[in-house]
Write a protein that binds this ligand. Structure first.
Ligand code: 9GP
Length: 821
């Protein structure tokens, strides 16, 4: 007799085969006697999804029964990448699937390559959200992710003649087998209109009569934990027209316009904004923010009300995490619902709201903080503007009592900025309301206290916390580097590190072991081969596996200083050209790999990409240089490419001008994969140094406290000779496009805001130290082993535990282990 808790689906290879063929026939609707790789992938994905859904149902029912406090992670961006490999690994059934497929004549890896990336985010913040979802599921936390289901994710980067062009990412064109559309989970979201004061049951209240109504429909994406049956949900909202409004238009005979307005509703969730640093003042962006916030809050309140009737219990059952300021309208929305719809007294509502929110900021500089013009907010969300004014009024009154009439400080701290264009400071709103304000590295958390939110820190020091970022070892070792995964389990004698990454420190005692070193180098070689094959297929450039693979992959930004890297490459090229044969024979060969997208309107970043291509063209075709130096740009860098690039890197560069990178999480992925870092003492590097020791990486450049003074010196400071020579080569047209690149050179020889010229000397020294270490394979391999061994602190498991304990106040809620499997 079948028991309800037995699990419907079996995971032996025969059952898996049956399920795959079932989906070929009935879901993909192809004959089970004839289907190609893509169709096989689709069927495979659906069979995996069935298993995820089963677990997700069990998890939700279990949560419902236990009714724990839940955390709701609100983020406008999630950079999930591919789901197949990650899912089957977390479900613990990868080998069974591989066997099932091979009997059907398919290879798991080949089918996995058929999957496109879900790129619903720009960069660091978005990929961090994805890692954190994996950790929340694995650590059994009762969590939900909420975001937007963009129809077009981050643009595809196409390079033509070295210039970046942006093309739409039609990621849903071939369907998305992972999601489930919940046609019955929809909420109306209001926009525009007016607010009227009305008397309801003898009480004055504000009634918002919207001018536009859009329906939010839920799409659920299961996120399986590793080594647990718990599978949580990432719920993404898409816009669809509200039947109510459409009917009015249809009834008045305005058929065409009614259909056009359908289109308008879908536009809300159609496109991801592709700039990772600035979103100022765009109406559609604000609409997107409110749309996802409103639907999420309605969903959260509905779930709460299913089991509770008293809002005093709300903070005992709900923690809301604001991933940067993008979802901070949630603060205002909860206030609106509690006051206007649930008719709670203002002060009581505010008291509840202040216990709900934890706020993490990912920016470093004040200019990067989001501000919304009052006119825009007032027109789109008139009731919200009133509420913000009321929150601000109460806050400023309270503040006056605490600090007196210090008008400068009052105006700096006010949520409303009275400038030429009056704006709402979303970061101030978040800090005022949140019970915790988190930085993403120790350095960043200090900057928040001493610079960005100094006034607030002095007022509420207890609110400020550090939650050093982390990445998930499931994706960044187990999925992307299976050879390293096997080696780690062998030498540690256990796979337990996949859930408890601190166990990696156990490698330290073998760092000098000749056998481990030998195996370690073999693993690196296998991964370099995979990367070299990709490079050749993509660019036609053949690279030598004996060369050091030196990688800088991340968004292109002036502060991340890809330009410094390119100037360094030109210097290396120039040196090689001026050497005789015997000197050349001592050069450590390098393959320099750069990849990343520039925001579409960011002209300087696009010029840097062009310069990279121009330099690559010259170097790669120079027979004097041969295998001693190659430069390749990897177009359209995304999560699935990162899974190939990171394991194959020997060295990775993190060159941000000190004080500009909040954390940086790429470095953590490279570190886990035994890649040595060449970096400034910025963001998370400072903590990496604490874990692995300064002797195991290559540090260079000005320190954070030195930057202001160097900038003071300004344009007058001397450009070092080596740097000047490199710039002269560019200016003289050595790499073509002479006029086009002048402004890049001017920026270094002029203001040099990002300190390329002043850091150039120490950058070259760090590069020379890296060459020297690479020439000694034993030393290099030991450093590499110690890098992986010291990477445990940078797991998102640690980050999420920190949040759960110090900020959200939630406990694990694990589906009973007797049903694991
Ligand atoms: O620039 C930060 C990066 O340093 C950090 O690692 C990441 C995650 O905290 O967030 C980045 N910020 C953004 O992606 C957008 O502000």
């Amino acid at each position: 007799m079948f028991g309800l808790m037995d699990g419907f689906l079996k995971n032996d290879p025969i059952s898996l085969q049956k399920d795959i063929l079932y989906h070929v026939e009935y879901t993909v609707a192809r004959s089970r006697f004839s289907f190609d790789d893509f169709e096989a992938y689709q069927a495979l994905a659906h069979s995996v999804r069935d298993r995820l859904i089963e677990r997700s149902h069990d998890t939700q029912l279990f949560f419902k029964r236990k009714d724990p406090k839940r955390v709701y992670f609100l983020s406008l961006e999630f950079l999930m990448g591919r789901s197949l490999s990650n899912s089957v690994i977390n479900l613990g059934i990868r080998d069974q699937y591989a066997e099932a497929l091979s009997q059907l004549g398919f290879e798991f890896e080949v089918l996995a390559e058929q999957e496109g990336d879900a790129a619903l985010g720009n960069g660091g913040l978005a990929r961090l959200s994805a890692c954190q979802m994996d950790s929340m599921a694995t650590l059994d936390y009762p969590a939900w992710g909420y975001g937007l289901r963009y129809q077009y994710g981050l643009f595809r980067q196409v390079i033509l003649d070295g210039i970046q062009h942006e093309q739409p990412d039609f990621w849903l064109n071939f369907g998305n087998p992972w999601e489930t559309e919940r046609v019955h989970v929809t909420y109306p979201v209001k926009f525009y209109g007016t607010v009227e004061e009305e008397i309801l049951n003898g009480e004055k209240c504000n009634v918002w009569n919207p001018g536009e109504l859009v329906e939010a429909v839920a799409y659920d994406n299961p996120i399986p934990g590793y080594g647990t049956r718990n599978t949580i949900t990432l719920r993404l909202w898409a816009g669809k027209p509200s039947d109510q409004r459409d009917m009015e238009a249809f009834n008045t005979g305005d058929y065409i316009n009614a259909l056009v307005s359908r289109q308008k509703a879908e536009n809300i969730s159609s496109v991801l904004y592709p700039d990772d640093r600035s979103y100022q003042g765009k109406e559609l962006r604000l609409k997107q923010q409110y749309f996802f916030v409103s639907a999420s809050i309605q969903d959260i309140i509905r779930r709460f009300k299913d089991a509770h009737s008293n809002f005093d219990e709300f903070p005992d059952k709900v923690a809301l995490q604001l991933n940067d300021t993008h979802p901070s309208l949630a603060i205002v929305e909860v206030m609106r619902v509690l006051v206007d719809e649930e008719h709670l007294d203002w002060h009581k509502a505010w008291d509840i709201v202040c216990k709900l929110f934890s706020f993490t900021i990912h920016a470093v500089i004040a200019e990067g903080l989001e501000k919304i013009p009052v006119d825009l907010l007032g027109s789109l969300l008139p009731r919200h503007l009133q509420i913000i004014y009321d929150i601000n009024f109460n806050f400023v009154e309270e503040l006056k009592k605490r600090i007196g009439l210090d008008y400068d400080r009052l105006s700096r701290m006010s949520i409303v900025e009275e400038a030429a264009v009056k704006t709402i400071r979303m970061a101030n709103l978040s800090v005022v309301c949140a019970h915790t304000v988190n930085g993403v590295s120790t350095v960043h958390s200090e900057l928040l206290k001493t610079k960005l939110f100094k006034d607030f820190y002095e007022l509420w020091p207890e609110k400020f916390q550090c939650m050093t970022n982390g990445v998930t070892q499931r994706r960044w070792i187990v999925v992307s580097n299976p050879s390293l995964c096997a080696l780690l389990s062998k030498w540690l004698g256990t796979e337990a590190w996949i859930r408890n990454v601190d166990l990696l420190t156990g490698l330290r005692e073998y760092a000098d072991d000749a056998d481990l070193q030998q195996e370690w180098m073999m693993v690196k070689k296998v991964n370099k081969m995979r990367l070299a094959e990709y490079i050749e297929a993509m660019s036609g450039v053949k690279v030598s596996l004996d060369a050091m693979f030196d990688v800088q992959t991340k968004r292109i930004h002036e502060y991340k200083r890809q330009l410094l890297n390119i100037l360094g490459i030109i210097h290396r090229y120039d040196c090689i050209k001026n050497m005789d044969k015997s000197q050349q024979s001592k050069v450590v060969p390098r393959v320099c790999i750069i990849g990343g997208k520039a925001a579409p309107g960011y002209e300087v970043a696009k010029k840097i990409i062009k310069l990279c291509h121009a330099v690559a063209e010259k170097i790669n075709n120079d027979s004097d240089v041969g295998d001693l130096l190659k430069l390749v740009f990897i177009p359209d860098y995304n999560v699935s490419l990162a899974e190939v690039v990171i394991p194959g890197a020997d060295l990775s560069q993190h060159l941000s001008t000190a004080g500009h990178e909040a954390s940086g999480t790429g470095s953590m992925k490279f570190l886990m994969n035994g890649c040595l870092l060449l970096a400034t003492e910025d963001g998370s590097t400072v903590e990496i140094v604490e874990e692995i020791g300064a002797e195991n990486l290559f540090l260079f450049g000005a320190k954070i406290h030195e930057v202001p003074e160097l900038r003071e010196k300004g344009p007058a400071h001397d450009v070092p000779l080596q740097c000047a020579r490199v710039l002269r080569l560019i200016r003289d047209g050595h790499f073509g496009f002479q006029d086009y690149f002048q402004s890049l050179c001017d920026s270094v020889e002029g203001e040099d805001f990002y300190l390329l010229s002043s850091d150039f000397g120490s950058y070259l020294e760090a590069q020379a130290a890296a060459d020297k270490a690479f020439a000694d394979p034993k030393k290099w391999t030991k450093m590499s082993i110690l890098s992986t061994a010291g990477s445990g602190r940078f797991s998102s498991d640690r980050t999420i535990r920190d949040y759960a304990e110090k900020s959200w106040g939630i406990e694990p809620c694990r589906f009973p282990s007797e049903f694991d499997g």
